[in-house]
Design a protein around this ligand. Structure first.
Ligand SMILES: Nc1ncnc2c1ncn2[C@@H]1O[C@H](COP(=O)(O)OP(=O)(O)O)[C@@H](O)[C@H]1O
Ligand SMILES: [Mg+2]
Length: 225
């Protein structure tokens, strides 16, 4: 059985304007891992995530997600198993937190009751049970981030992807948000997080660390035990 969640082979990404964001990247992530992708701003972290989510296609190389080779033809199917937490959250203004989380579950073959129940459960899990019916326009930055996380996990994804979730946070809140995100890891669920705050993860146990620099994979380490 293939336990590999992400398999990247010689991946290069060149944007239409000629920028080469990723150069010859290769690595493999297993099911149930916590994966951190670290590197300075501009090193290619977001570009790599865009490939995983099918927002961009590699210019060269081969990418498999959840055992499926990524193609334009199956990207919709692969996306169904991914829970994305975008850096800028992408919440729908003028809607409640619950509506936003339920919106993330469209096209996944859940009925309305299941969507509602799972969304409420996810909102409780991220500590927003008291804001379920609040308009997202009235939430703080940290609360909006938690809605974005709830929206990602309510989908029951096999792969949770969060881009720079610690970006604007002070140390204590950054640690809290990493704790929350990594708490969704289980045998079936892989959690992948990018950050430029290397110091936040140095003390963490059991994780897979991928370090990027200038579009290249600088080094990789699996810290287990
Ligand atoms: N849409 C785009 N078009 C052209 N160049 C881009 C685009 N997005 C990112 N880049 C470039 O690709 C490189 C990597 O960017 P990015 O993946 O955003 O890095 P990071 O997330 O690590 O800050 C940078 O040089 C950036 O300017
Ligand atoms: Mg980025």
């Amino acid at each position: 059985m293939n336990q590999s969640v992400i398999q990247a082979k010689n991946i290069t990404l060149k944007y239409p304007n000629g920028n080469i964001a990723l150069k010859d990247i290769g690595f493999e992530c297993d099911k149930g891992e916590i994966v951190f992708i670290v590197g300075p701003s501009g090193s290619g972290k977001t570009s790599l995530l865009k490939l995983f989510m099918g927002i961009e296609q590699p210019s060269q190389g081969e990418l498999s997600i959840l055992g499926e080779k990524v193609h334009a033809s199956n990207i919709q199917k692969i996306r169904q198993s991914i829970g994305p937490v975008f850096q800028e959250f992408r919440l729908l203004e003028g809607r409640t937190t619950l509506e936003n989380v339920m919106m993330g579950m469209r096209f996944l073959n859940y009925n309305l009751k299941e969507m509602r129940d799972q969304s409420e459960k996810a909102l409780v899990r991220v500590g927003l049970e008291h804001k379920i019916h609040s308009d997202v326009d009235h939430l703080s930055w940290g609360e909006s981030q938690r809605v974005a996380i709830a929206r990602a996990v309510a989908r029951n994804p096999k792969l949770i992807i969060a881009d720079e979730p610690t970006g604007n946070l002070d140390h204590a809140n950054a640690i809290n948000i990493l704790e929350l995100l990594t708490s969704f890891k289980d045998e079936e669920t892989t959690v992948l997080i990018t950050t430029h705050a290397t110091h936040l993860i140095e003390t963490r146990e059991r994780h897979h660390l991928i370090t990027m620099n200038q579009g290249q994979l600088l080094w990789e380490k699996k810290c287990y035990e």
